[in-house]
Design a protein around this ligand. Structure first.
Ligand code: GLN
Length: 260
């Protein structure tokens, strides 16, 4: 119940954010996280797409919270920098890195070869699984069953890529977030949603009548992305991430959000 309320608020907020974004050219909504005095090391700008709980979502104070936000905060602290989180659409993150608008992206982003042509990926800090959300009572039980259906995805994600490749464009409908895709599933406009497992759990929790299939579509590695060739930033971010993996900080942060 509490969770459902939170998600409803989250949906309203994220839809508002996207409404604003649709109206103006620059799809950004930025906020510094702790509002304290500027850190000596300057500002560290992290790009994300805060529609992806528990990795990133917007809380009732319009603050970006979640696993990636917490990890990024520790990275900034270690570098003696002030963290600024810039919220944008998922498919805007790689272009924003290229344009120098952000220093790194953390967004439950899958490190995959095609993206690695445009950005440099840090060491992977955790794993994600592409899963299939359907309505309870759906006749869909396997990936194969999706071939005759309409599947919702978040634009530019790996779920989008797999479904477009495997099912063909005619069977894929793109949405600006998994939350909006899930809404379309609830309304019966589409037959399934393919998205990462942890956000999928949050969306299913927040809506009546949905379930996640046991069949896994793909297992992936999440990593931070840094602009291609920015070795100075890469070494900073990757260096701290390696340290946080080794000393158990990453596991500790993840365990605060994901209870298995
Ligand atoms: N892991 C998926 C990808 O990298 C989805 C990420 C997201 O939507 N935030 O494409």
């Amino acid at each position: 119940m509490g969770m459902k309320k939170k998600m409803a608020g989250l949906m309203a907020l994220s839809m508002m954010a996207f409404g604003v974004m649709a109206g103006c050219g620059s799809a950004q909504n930025s906020s510094t996280q702790d509002g304290g005095a500027p850190a000596e090391g300057g500002t560290l700008r992290m790009g994300t797409n805060a529609t992806f709980p528990p990795y990133e979502s917007v809380d009732e104070n319009n603050k970006v919270v979640g696993i990636d936000a917490d990890i990024a905060q520790v990275i900034a602290d270690k570098l003696n920098m002030e963290l600024e989180i810039i919220n944008m659409e998922f498919d805007a993150l790689i272009p924003a890195l290229g344009a120098g608008q952000i220093d790194f992206a953390m967004a439950g982003m899958t490190a995959k070869p095609e993206r690695a042509e445009q950005v440099d990926f840090s060491t992977s800090y955790t794993t994600g699984i592409q899963v299939i959300i359907v309505q309870e009572g759906s006749d869909i039980t396997t990936v194969e069953d999706l071939k005759s259906k309409k599947v919702g995805v978040q634009t530019g994600t790996t779920g989008d890529e797999y479904c477009s490749d495997d099912l063909g464009e005619d069977h894929v409908q793109r949405f600006e977030s998994g939350i909006v895709a899930t809404q379309a599933l609830v309304n019966g406009q589409i037959d399934a949603v393919v998205i990462d497992n942890e956000p999928a759990k949050a969306y299913v929790e927040a809506n009546e009548g949905l379930k996640i299939l046991d069949t896994q579509y793909a297992v992936e590695d999440y990593a931070a992305a840094i602009a291609k060739g920015n070795t100075e930033m890469y070494d900073k971010i990757n260096g701290v991430l390696e340290e946080l993996k080794a000393d158990g900080t990453i596991d500790k942060i993840i365990a605060e959000y994901i209870h298995e």
